[in-house]
Ligand binder design. Sequence first.
Ligand SMILES: [Zn+2]
Length: 563
Amino acid sequence: MHPSPPFQEIPYGRPNMDVVKTTAETLLERWDQTTSCAEQIALILEWDKNRGEFETNRTMAMVHFRQHTTDPACKAEQEHYDNVMPVILEQNVAFLERVTSSPIRAELEKELGSQVFALWDCFLGTFNPDIAEHKRREAKLRNEYAELLAGLECEFQGKTYTLSELQAFYGDPDRATRLAAQQTKDRVMSAISEPLDRIYHDLVQVRHEMAQALGYETFTPLGYRNMDRTDYNAEDVAEYRKQVRETVVPLAQKIYKRRSQAINIEEISFHDESVRDLKGVPCPKGDHDWMIERATEMFDTLGDDFGYFFRMMTDCELLDLKSRPGKSGGGFCADIPRYGVPFIFANFNGTQDDVNVFTHECGHAFQNWSARHHTLLAYHWPTIEAAEIHSMSLEFLTYPHMEQFFGDDAARFREGHLEGAILFMPYGCAVDEFQHRVYENPTMTPTERAEVWKELEAIYLPHRKYDGMEHNESGRLWQSQRHIYGMPFYYIDYCLAQTCALQMWNTANQDRDDTMERYRKLCSLGGSLPFTKLLDEVGLVSPFDENCLKDVCAAVQETLGLS
Ligand SMILES: [Zn+2]
C-alpha cells in the first residue's frame, strides 16, 4: 500500500482565505491563553499541520502550472498563491514571534529541537513591516531581469534560437561552431548589458537600504539570514574560498591543460572549456521508458529501501520527466507534505543530463522521503547547502551502475563528471566573492563592479581567454548568472555541498557499505540540525576546516591520472 494516490488523483483545493484568516486568528487567541509546555507544543504542531496542508495545495498548483503553462486556469491558480503569500507571511510572523519569545522556550526547544527555533529566529530577523516597500521594489527588479533574459532570441546558422537552446552548441565537437555559438551569445548579452547593469545597481541599492532599515551595517549578514545560515558566517566562507584558490584552482588548471592536449589545441579558449576529447559527450543508450527500467534496476541494487522508494515514485506517478509542448523547462524536486512524498519534474533531452535526473533529483527525493518521520515540516528538508549534499553524493554513489546507462562510455562519463565537479568550484567561488565585494561596497559603479569581476576571473579562472568576445571581456559574464540577481549569496551552497559529496565519493572507494550507511543516516536526519552539525553526525569534514579539500583533491588527481 503506497502512502499517496497517483499524482493525477491527488485532491486539490484552493485554500479559502476567510477560513485561513479565522484559523490563524483563533490560533493566536488560543496561544495567548496557554500556560503549559504540552499546550504550546500542541498548538505549534497544529500550526505546522495547517501549513503542510496549505503547502500541499500550493505545490500542486505550482506543478500543474509547470505542466500546463498555456492553460489559463492553471496560471490563475498559480497567481492566486503569489497574491495571498504576503497575508500568510504576516500570519506566520505573528505566530512565530509569540513562539520564539515564549517564557518556556527552553522547554519547547528540548521537545522540538533547537534547530527549528534557530530557523524561526533567522526568519524573523529578515522581516519587518518597514521594508515592505523595499521588498516590492526588489521583486519588481528581479522580474525585470527574468523577463529581459527569458525574451532573448538570436539568429544562429540561419535559425532562431532562445539562449537556452543555443547552449546545445557550446560543447559542439566542431570548434568553429562552438566559437560562433559563444560569439552569438556574447553579442546578444552585449546588447542588453546596460539595462542589466542598471537593474543590478538598483538591486544592490534596495538591498543595502533594506539591510540598514533592519539594523544591519551591510546587506551581507541579512543575505546570510535569508539563506537560513545559522552556524557559519562570511569569514568562514572566505576561509573556504582560500582553500579553493590554493588547492582546487591548480588542479583545475591541470584538467584544462589535459583537455587542450586531447583536442590538439595549444591553449584552450573559453569556447573550448567544456570539450573533453574528440569523441563527443556520452549519451544514454535508450529512451525514457528504457531509462526508467535501468533506474529501477539500479535502485533495486542499491538496497530494498532505495528499491521500494523508486517503485513508489513510479507507481504513484511522482515523476514527470518527458518534454512536452506547453510544459515549462527546467527540473526540480518538490514535496507533497500531506502524504510525505516527493515529486520530480524534469525535461529529458537524450543527453547525460537525463541520467543526472535519476541520480541528482532522486538524491533530493530520497532524502525528503527518508526524513518524513520528523513531525515538523521544517525538518523534512535541510538548508540548501546541506540539501545539495544528498543530491550530489548520489551522483557519485551511483558511479558503479553507470554501465547500465552508458555501456562502454561509462568510464568516460565518470571521468567527465568527476572533472566537472572540480571545474565548477573555482567559478562558484568567483560568483560568491563577487557578491561579497559588491555588498561590502554598495556605492561602486557598474564599471567598478565589472573590474572586480575581471580581477576575480584572473584569480579563480587564470586560464580564461575570451578571444575578442566583447561582453565577456568587459567583465560582465556574471550577468547571465541568475542567482546573482534573484537570490543573493545562493551559489556557494553548490561548492560547499560538492566538497562534502567528493568526500562521500572518496570514502565509498575505500568502504562502500559504510559510506552508504552514512548517506542513509544523513538523509534521515533531514533538516533537524544545521549544516555543520549534520556533517559532524556522519563523519564529514566541514568545508570550513582549513585542510578539508587537500585529501579529496589528491584522491581526484590520482584517479584522473594527473599526479
Ligand atoms: Zn539540487
